[in-house]
Design a protein around this ligand. Sequence first.
Ligand code: PGA
Length: 260
Amino acid sequence: MPKKPPFIAGNWKMNLTLPEARKLAESIAKAATGLSEAEIVLAPPFTALGEVKKALEGSSVRLAAQNLFWEEKGAFTGEVSAPMLKDAGCQYVIIGHSERRQYFGERDAGVNKKTQAALKSGVSPIVCIGETLAERERGETMDVISRQIQGGLEGIGAGDFESLVIAYEPVWAIGTGKTATPGQAEEVHAHIREKLASWYGIGPAECAIILYGGSVKPANSFALLSEKNIDGFLVGGASLEAESFIQITREAIRAHKEKK
Ligand code: PGA
């Protein structure tokens, strides 16, 4: 099976005005010509999708949204649907990020509806899962991960793994500067792939892209991506500066080349 290219997504969260977003996207689009061995994705806030789309025109960098609602249209004030994201040029959408779970009460059942809605509209979901510090300390990490994948992906077909991406983001590592060690991350990634293999078969499990997220920076990206089951990154803070995001991508490409 051909090796999947490293997948590097920048989650800009609730940051950047239009001029700032344009400048950052332009710098990344320019650098991306020399980084063609990676799949690079940018997830700006909704307000900047149009501006970033323009800045990325002619480049290989893809556009993502940070959330969606599962209905296609109607009286849902403040929400944005999958067909709208498709229309806005999004190829990907982040679903179930831990900040959405923590501050906006999202649960696995809703993550599942959103994932189905995205797939139906041809937008690839990046489904986020991860344990809290308390759950890790109680030894519940693998149970939490299994429950989140099972609940979030219920009813998803084996063929959907060609477009579906999973992001393992331990909540205790997000925005804290504390990164999971490569060993800790790999242990969970291997568990995710094993679970996918038992539910969907080896083919889809091998095909699934599994990202790590949580304080990824240029200094730790080579070691993390060198792990067998880590296929890329979902980068928050370090994606807000072109230089660090590009450096992470370079390190990921370097690690990927050396991988067996
Ligand atoms: P961080 O965020 O890189 O700032 O830790 C990662 C994420 O939330 O996706």
